[in-house]
Write a protein that binds this ligand. Structure first.
Ligand code: ZN
Length: 404
């Protein structure tokens, strides 16, 4: 009976059952390879003489809450064909591994659903063993993601904390896969990507990125035929920062306590979409009051709202007219922060308008960034940069929601 259980549940084909030992929370199954299937590991010849055996212990799939060990009685053979004297090799485990392939597959499927420390506790094994098994799996499947047929990509930086600092991520917008992770946020962070891309560079049609000069120059140099699309969310975010600067400067210029109190606490209202300020009339009134009392702030605020319209036009031609008009109005405003923004937009005009040819953004990276934060919170394994990188590359395939 046990031979068939071991065969069907444990995938032990070609083994004979010897005996079982129960020791506390552990079950030991003694098995040996079926004699007629024994071959010489060197030449695969069948004419072999058995020269004793030794036991190899392999961790197997748990049975309920009990852990199991396979005690495989591995024969030593002398081959009559090639003359070698060796231990028979086993198909159920890799050489020098202390667990079966089936056990490794089980660990991997658990690790995709829960934290590594949970897997270790559940299986009663060390956390480092879980990590080592999972890392081997990730390395095999995700160390060099396919770059064939890549057309639309997004590049963005991500701060991962003090240990590893900034990393640069490249994602394939078609499949939402992270295809590259580089250290740092300078142009050099992408060197490895260009190298791997090689001749496939020509298939890339457009790149979404922020307006950082580092990525910009790297893309222009390495993908001269691709369109660079400056991410709309980054443009809006930059405008919000300018508006915050303008408000802060105004606040410091004000002398009367009354004027200052009007501005106080209005920052978040200025940055929000007017629709999302909410039903509370007091918030609306406070915003109105602040805008009425400060003409430059009002101008900047409405210019910020207006800026979003760049991406609401019917086509590239009207968008171009709109953007140029915005830049002219900002320059004529005599408000320092607005003029600075106008300069930035003028410099990146083409890349902003490229959105009408390729409506892509770095938006899909937001979801990936959140998942990376969750990975980081799991703490264990984050110190190993290679492991961390592999986990990022495997994010799109995490079968279940990542647990916190
Ligand atoms: Zn042989």
């Amino acid at each position: 009976m046990l031979t068939s259980v071991l065969y069907h549940a444990y995938g032990l084909a070609g083994y004979d059952y010897i005996r079982t030992e129960y020791c506390g929370n552990t079950i030991n199954f003694h098995v040996r390879p079926r004699k007629k299937l024994i071959r010489c590991p060197a030449c695969l010849g069948r004419s072999v003489i058995l020269r004793g055996s030794s036991i190899r212990r392999l961790r197997g799939l748990p049975l309920g809450i009990k852990s199991t060990w396979l005690h495989v009685h591995v024969p030593r053979i002398q081959c009559l064909q090639c003359g070698s004297v060796r231990r028979v090799s086993l198909k159920i485990a890799s050489p020098r591994c202390s667990y079966t392939h089936a056990f490794a597959r089980y660990v991997v499927s658990l690790a995709q659903a829960m934290t590594l420390i949970d897997v270790a506790r559940l299986l009663g094994i060390g956390w480092d063993l879980v990590k080592s098994i999972f890392k081997q799996y990730l390395h095999h499947h995700y160390s060099s993601p396919s770059l064939a047929g890549l057309e639309y990509i997004a590049i963005d930086e991500k701060y991962t904390g003090r240990k590893h600092g900034f990393i640069t991520l490249v994602i394939d917008l078609g499949s939402a896969r992270v295809v590259y992770v580089g250290a740092g946020k300078q142009a050099e962070a992408l060197d490895g990507f260009w190298k791997r891309l090689g001749r496939r560079k020509s298939s890339i049609k457009a790149v979404a990125a922020d307006m950082s000069p580092a990525y910009r120059s790297a893309v222009l140099e390495h993908l001269p035929s691709a369109a660079l699309v400056f991410d709309r969310f980054h443009v809006v975010k930059l405008m919000n920062e300018r508006l915050t600067d303008i408000r802060r400067e105004l606040y410091h210029e004000l002398t009367s306590q009354h004027d200052k109190s009007i501005l106080k606490g209005t920052r978040w209202m200025l940055l929000k979409n007017p629709q999302s300020i909410g039903e509370q009339t007091s918030d609306h009134e406070r915003l109105e009051l602040a805008l009425q009392a400060n003409r430059p702030l009002a101008v900047a605020y409405y210019m910020k709202e207006d800026l979003r319209q760049i991406w609401q036009q019917t086509d590239k031609v009207t968008a171009t007219v709109f953007l140029d008009d915005w830049i002219n109005r900002a320059q004529a405003s005599a408000i320092k922060g607005l003029k600075k923004m106008a300069k930035t937009l003028e410099k990146h005009r083409e890349g902003i308008l490229n959105w009408y040819d390729h409506p892509i953004s770095t938006g899909p990276l937001e979801g990936i960034n959140n998942k990376i934060d969750t990975l980081k919170r799991q703490a264990y394994g984050y110190r190993d940069m290679e492991f961390f990188e592999l986990r990022i590359k495997a994010l799109h395939n995490s079968k279940y929601a990542l647990t916190g």
